[in-house]
Design a protein around this ligand. Structure first.
Ligand SMILES: [Fe+2]
Length: 416
């Protein structure tokens, strides 16, 4: 009897212990099931025009998006945003409006009330109201090549980050993510190496042939928030107008609509701006290792007729600046003599290949004199970006080496 009582007691104790221990395990699982919000992509800035800006980032999980911001680190303003869920990530977009023109703001990002990023480098600058204000932008092409394949986007980014005066925004000249523009590699090949500048300098890329290696609506368009249809779009900054085109594989994307849109956009811009810039991926006439692209050459008459000042492209992984062209793509002879200082070029434009932002063409050197076209004003063959500074009617272009920050080329154009 005693033995039976004893064994029942032991059974009871074991059962209670087991039950209690199951409870602990269960509650542990609940805790573990609440996956902590993790920042998968540092914030980046889009659509910083007039008094507005969008801040984007990516997390593993999360239901809400919030940005706190202010002219001091007190961050006295708050804006809520929206999320888009992917299979294994959450994309956050918060658009801030009613910002004070010309001011610098600090910001912090939150998902599900968790502070994810904040500090000295997390800031943006609002477009100044005064159209005469000086501003600058960087241009780089052919960027997202991984380091193990010889890519160096992090070095170019470091150099941009080291500039005494940070550019107000950047433009991307296509081939943003090698080899096929896949979102799968966007973080490793592009956002991570460029994160130090993407968090405080808005960036507006155009598509290149490699970005068309996969469906852009499932890749490029998901990564960016750009104006219009994101393939061809325009925006204003200060006294200047910027137009991005999509040259796809050398055949323009949505060609009829795009060209019609482009011409109409240029017509609307006439007389309203001091400077008009057009940027896209493919070169027109060139003395690089790339062929002349007919689709780009077919746009020359529009550039010349509608007062486009500078055309920027990538594609060839090098730097090549051409002499000013007329509508037929012929060098305007009077500008050959002085390639450092230009007056206003009427019925003509300057096309520049600035295509070694993250990738340099190996086993090749520029030989413009061998090319037989007599079109080249300047070359440089090293990793680089272009920095364009606008001050009223004065433009300065500087080409800066990714390694060491040396000046590789420069010119000014003065419309006064
Ligand atoms: Fe390309």
């Amino acid at each position: 009897m005693m033995n039976k009582l004893k064994s029942n007691l032991i059974f009871l104790i074991v059962t209670v212990l087991l039950f209690a221990s199951c409870g602990v395990v269960k509650s542990d699982l609940v805790v573990n099931n609440q996956i902590e919000v993790e920042l998968l992509r540092e914030p980046y800035l889009q659509n910083s025009f007039a008094d507005s800006i969008s801040v984007l980032w990516k997390t593993n999980v999360g239901k809400t998006s919030m940005v706190k911001y202010g002219k001091t680190k007190e961050l006295s303003n708050t804006s809520l945003g929206t999320i888009e869920k992917d299979s294994n990530s959450v994309r956050h977009t918060v658009t801030l409006k009613g910002l004070e023109r010309g001011e610098k703001y600090f910001y912090a990002i939150y998902s599900d009330d968790e502070l994810l990023a904040f500090g000295d480098d997390y800031y943006f600058r609002v477009e100044p109201l005064d159209k005469k204000s000086k501003f600058s932008f960087y241009a780089m092409g052919d960027i997202g090549e991984p380091v193990e394949k010889g890519g160096f986007p992090q070095i170019t980014s470091f150099q941009i980050n080291s500039l005494k005066e940070k550019p107000n925004f950047g433009i991307g000249l296509g081939d943003i993510i090698y080899p096929k523009g896949e979102s799968l590699f966007a973080d490793e090949y592009l956002f991570k190496p460029m994160e130090s500048i993407l968090k405080n300098i808005p960036f507006y890329p155009a598509l290149g042939n490699h970005d068309w290696g996969v469906a852009p609506d499932l890749n490029f368009e998901k990564e960016w928030k750009l104006p219009n249809n994101e393939h061809y779009y325009s925006f204003d900054y200060g006294n200047s107008h910027f137009i991005a085109l999509d040259t796809r594989n050398g055949e323009l994307f949505d060609v009829e609509n795009q060209v019609k849109w482009f011409e109409n956009n240029l017509i609307q811009a006439q007389g309203k701006y001091d400077w008009i810039f057009v940027y896209f991926h493919h070169n027109g006439k060139t003395c690089t290792y790339k062929k002349d692209e007919k689709a780009v050459i077919s746009l020359y008459p529009l550039f010349a007729k509608y007062n486009v000042d500078v055309v920027l492209n990538g594609h060839a992984h090098t730097y090549e600046r051409l002499h000013p062209y007329d509508s037929g793509g012929n060098v305007i002879e009077k500008y050959r003599a002085n390639t450092e200082t230009y007056p206003e070029i009427s019925n003509g434009f300057i096309q520049i290949t600035t295509g070694a932002g993250g990738k340099l063409q190996k086993n090749w050197l520029p030989q413009p004199e061998e090319c037989g076209k007599n079109i080249v004003a300047a070359v440089a063959h090293t990793g680089h970006f272009s920095l364009i500074t606008i001050e009223g009617k004065k433009l300065q272009l500087q080409v800066i080496s990714s390694i060491g920050g040396m000046l590789l080329d420069s010119f000014t154009m003065n419309k006064n």
